[in-house]
Design a binder for this molecule. Sequence first.
Ligand code: 5GP
Ligand code: MG
Length: 176
Amino acid sequence: MEKARIMDSKAVMRAVTRISHEIVEKNKGIENIFIVGIKTKGIPLAKMIAKKVSEIEGGNVISDFIDITRYRDDITHDKIRDTVDESFSLDVEGKTVILVDDVLFTGRTIRAAMDYIIDNGRPSMIQLAVLIDRGHRELPIRADYVGKNVPTSRTESVQVKFEELDGEDAVIICDK
Ligand code: 5GP
Ligand code: MG
């Protein structure tokens, strides 16, 4: 059930713009940056950030996506075998990889994404950008760039919508 609409499209775009400026400032440009969206909803967000960062710096930042289903520690092996594209690889060697996801919760997805990245080479640094940090971490993981901190209870969930997939950009708090 929908409880509160906490970000509309303007708020999402403002957050994307701020995060993009922070990325450029922290990394002193975009030369060595590789923006990596985590499937599914990290992908449209990564595209928005990559576009904005490229506009700000007047260049073309590289971006791609990963599907980390296989690397989750809470998914059984049988389920995984059907879902993984084994041929997929990223050239992360020496890059500053910026992982992008819609929501940061326990941190297990990001832990898995870092394993994936490190299995593909040795990045010089890994940073993390999320639209929503909803708390409840179970691992020592934090985001370098956060659109909005949204303290939630475990019985709530956060619905994130992106224009590309859902026809609008919005963030809504729901009762599970
Ligand atoms: P974690 O692995 O940190 O527990 O959960 C983060 C991942 O699960 C993200 O990829 C995110 O898409 C999804 N997720 C966890 N909680 C929520 C939530 O409340 N709303 C949405 N939209 N995704 C969530
Ligand atoms: Mg996800």
